[in-house]
Design a protein around this ligand. Structure first.
Ligand SMILES: [Zn+2]
Length: 324
């Protein structure tokens, strides 16, 4: 059975940043909880990663996506070695490496983390142990080492030293390997404050991490430094870099294109403007959420549940309210 790459509600993700196993447990618990009670169900079962299969898809030339559970992985292969974008959950590393071995027998040399969430960085330590050098924004590394408290108020579990990126950057970085130019481009304060857009120039592909997703509503993880304006800026940068044939690979959901990102950005703008109107009218957060402002977009956005839409509207409300 192939488990859904969008199976983990992002409400769960930002509760336990950087602690892959804890994150996975939270993820599974949330997935099993009834609507409205994510994370509150008793008797959490350990996650069964044994059932996850890695689906490899050729995107272009020597670029592939590896879909398992958690964020989408990108794999650039060739004679200079393998570069991965993101690492999913730690228990999946063996399967991910086995999938890479199907498309390359060269070592995994580089990893770029798109953002801090455990379903994108959980395999860092394993891959570093296998010899990969991990790259990320400065902010991402700091948050892995200094995670937020859990929703219950317990201290967050810092990522082990071996999981922390060895190379960090604050401006764009370019990798030159396998005949490709791979650009790691900081996107400030978007989904989190440590987001990176990864551009494969020759393959004409962009990997966005979670500031763009092709299924479900955005998650503005304000607890990890994310912001509505940063999301809009990141989406705008992505639209500006994309041509009509550019493959846009989101953190979750199928590969999209520029028109898909444009739809997503326009939806975000429209919801923002409606929320702003209702705040102007003095509505409370509960009233704004109850207005179901996203309903017209549900058919295309395909949220897993109403919570997914409500969380997004609540995040927009919180940011606009705080800015007043
Ligand atoms: Zn995320």
């Amino acid at each position: 059975m192939r488990m859904s790459a969008i199976g983990c509600p992002r409400t769960a993700r930002f509760l336990a940043v950087g602690a892959a196993l804890v994150m996975a447990a939270v993820c599974v618990r949330a997935a099993q909880a009834p609507a409205g009670q994510a994370g509150a169900a008793p008797a959490a079962q350990p996650p069964d990663f044994s059932r996850v299969e890695i689906k490899t898809t050729k995107v272009a030339n020597n670029l592939y996506t590896l879909e398992g559970q958690g964020g989408m992985i990108g794999a650039l292969v060739g004679p200079d070695g393998v570069l991965l974008v993101d690492t999913q959950f730690a228990p999946l590393t063996d399967k991910i490496v086995a999938a890479v071995r199907q498309i390359s027998n060269m070592p995994i040399r580089f990893v770029i983390d798109t953002h801090v969430h455990g379903d994108h960085t959980g395999g860092n330590e394993n891959l570093a142990r296998l010899g990969a050098t991990i790259f990320s924004r400065d902010e991402l590394r700091w948050r892995l080492a200094h995670p937020n408290p859990t929703a219950a108020g317990a201290p967050g579990t810092p990522a082990p030293a071996g999981a922390l990126p060895k190379m960090t950057y604050d401006g764009p970085v370019t990798f030159h390997l396998n005949g490709e130019e791979v650009q790691a481009i900081p996107i400030r304060r978007a989904h989190t404050d440590g987001d990176t857009l990864v551009r494969f120039v020759n393959a004409d592909a962009l990997m966005t991490g979670d500031y763009f997703r092709s299924v479900g509503y955005p998650n503005i993880d304000r607890n990890n430094g994310g912001s509505l304006n940063g999301m809009l800026e990141g989406l705008g940068i992505t639209i500006g870099m994309a041509g009509p044939n550019t493959k846009v690979i989101p953190g979750h959901g199928p590969t999209a294109d520029r028109s898909g990102v444009t739809f997503h950005r326009d939806m975000l703008l429209a919801v923002r403007d409606r929320v702003a109107q209702l705040i102007q009218q003095g509505r409370t957060e509960q009233e704004v959420i109850a207005a179901r402002l996203t309903a017209a977009y549900d058919a295309r956005v395909q949220p897993a549940n109403q919570q997914n839409a409500d969380r997004f509207v609540g995040q927009v409300y919180a940011e606009l309210k705080a800015a007043r």
